[in-house]
Ligand binder design. Sequence first.
Ligand code: NVA
Length: 339
Amino acid sequence: HHQRNTKHEARNTKHETRNTKHETRNTKHETRNTKQETRKRKQEKRNTKHETRNTKKKKRKKKQETKKTKTKTKKRKQKRKKYNTLEVDKDKPLKGKLLIQMFEKASLRTRLSFYLAIKQLGGGTITLRANELHLGKGGESLADTAKILSTYGDGFMLRSDSDEKIAEFSKYLKIPVINGLSPSSHPTQVLSDIFTVEEIKKKSISKLNICWIGDSNNVLNSMIAASVKFSFNLNIGCPKNYEPKKFVLDWVKKNKRKINIFNDAKKAVKDADVIFSDKVISLNDKVNKNKKIKDFKNFQINSKLMSFAKKDTIFLHCLPRGEEVTGDVFLGKNSEVWL
Ligand code: NVA
């Protein structure tokens, strides 16, 4: 018995020793794992920092580039002052280049200004009629059409009633596509608006209060995008049911910017350096037009509303105009519409 007990004890002691060893090994493993995790977390933190720094750097670089482009463009316009309409800039930056353009919707200003701009920069344009293409008649795919456009042209400008179509073209084209107005945006209008504002106010747009009175339409969407890209204050005055869409507001938030929405036009125009407006019914609107116009009756830009704004506020409008602005304001001393 005694001997058996002693053996048992010896075995138990061995077991315990083995267990203790196991435990020690496990503890070591755990410590090693914890250390590894800490190291990993630190690395991740470092990576995030790097990324943030890189993103910031890229943003800064883009801003600088935009600034340079703006300065260059202003200089170019200055130089053109003594030129005739069809005279080409001496350096011909678009020499030998062709812009193919197509308007699926009405256009007056965009059509003329693009034609002239490309010509003045030394290039050429051709305007395709949407209803004369095989694509328009359903006889050719968009991909094949895009291939041909890319073969012959250096750029394609499209005014369309479909955002998806512009996206599809940009997927298949090998040349740049310019959005010449879509249901959701009108970027070239807003770019020239910014240019005009800076030219008149002789200040960077980032130092000005911009106000939009009117519908949350394509032009406003692009204005909102610009307020994020060019960092300017934007007040919007519109009826409650016509505020910008949630995805637009979410995008602004994601980019850490803020826009101010007022359902009272008088509050929106306060302190504004520039007041923009646009017609209530847009090209792509499929709504009850009479009802919509009625809903906007308190958002008309008239002399009474202008009396709530700064004395030197300028008024701008992309045209065509409707009842959203009275003739006396449109043609009045604050208006820069016919620049
Ligand atoms: N919001 C207007 C702009 C016209 C240039 C429209 O889409 O009809």
